[in-house]
Design a protein around this ligand. Structure first.
Ligand code: ADP
Ligand code: ADP
Length: 223
């Protein structure tokens, strides 16, 4: 089944008084169980595509659909629906928050009423499930390795249901071993039913774990 979809989406930015098209009439479909990679040179619109799919950015025209419904309602993405994973964990994770609070935030955003104890339990179970049993849920991102932070961001992305992961260069700041761990985790979550989009300039690594790799060309992501 289709989970997230761009239909005839266009997006232009105003650069020095000049309207510059970045995404042009683009179509993209991500299904459950698949990892779609997007590659392309710097400035080709990869991050813009990701921000459109996560609802951080609105298209000028066209539709962004999540499970067949518009991703955004009243201009805002459905709360807690997609929590992006960025290259820099400092951008993904709030440094002030202990892990249990960060990880369970989407559940709260989506309207679950949970006590602090329940949130801690859910966070504990989620971390245990991705090989992070050694992490204390009271820790904050600053005391974690970058690779651990990425796994926490991925845990948060899938804790609240539909299991959509949109990741911008999730392995770029990592050594080879941590990058392989992240790739394996994304692969496993996709095999368990998540829909995954990964934007990266590391095409070789991406091809080692993605189901298909698309290339940004003239504002579109094409095979
Ligand atoms: P990539 O991720 O492939 O490097 P981006 O999506 O970041 O590409 O950027 C595509 C183009 O859009 C670039 O020319 C960039 O300068 C421009 N751009 C991106 N975001 C903005 C913005 N918020 N305002 C103006 N221009 C932007
Ligand atoms: P990995 O081994 O997963 O690649 P790094 O080598 O990037 O992780 O991180 C090594 C150390 O750098 C961590 O153990 C931590 O002490 C510190 N560190 C990593 N990320 C952060 C962060 N976001 N804030 C503060 N310190 C960090």
């Amino acid at each position: 089944p289709v989970v997230v979809e761009l239909r005839s989406v266009s997006k232009a930015y105003e650069v020095a008084g000049h309207r510059t098209p970045v995404i042009v009439d683009a179509d993209l479909t991500i299904r459950r169980g698949e990892i779609v990679g997007v590659v392309g040179p710097s400035g080709s619109g990869k991050s813009t595509l990701l921000r459109l799919l996560s609802g951080q950015e609105r298209p000028d025209s066209g539709d962004v659909l999540a499970e067949g419904e518009p991703l955004c309602r009243s201009g805002l993405p459905r709360p807690g629906w997609i929590m992006p994973v960025f290259q820099d964990p400092v951008t993904s994770l709030d440094p002030r928050w202990p892990l249990w609070r960060t990880i369970t935030e989407p559940l709260v955003l989506r309207g679950e009423r949970l006590s602090r104890g329940q949130r801690r339990q859910r966070a504990r179970a989620a971390l245990d499930g991705v090989g992070l049993a050694h992490l204390d849920i009271l820790r904050r991102p600053g005391s974690l390795s970058v690779g651990e932070c990425q796994r926490v961001a991925i845990v948060r992305a899938v804790i609240a249901g539909p299991g959509v992961i949109v990741a911008d260069e999730p392995t770029a700041s990592l050594d080879a071993e941590s990058a392989a761990t992240i790739a394996a985790l994304l692969r496993r979550l996709a095999d368990e039913g998540a829909a995954v989009l990964v934007v990266s300039h590391d095409e070789r690594r991406l091809r080692s774990y993605a189901d298909r790799v698309l290339r940004m060309h003239q504002g579109q992501a094409t095979p």
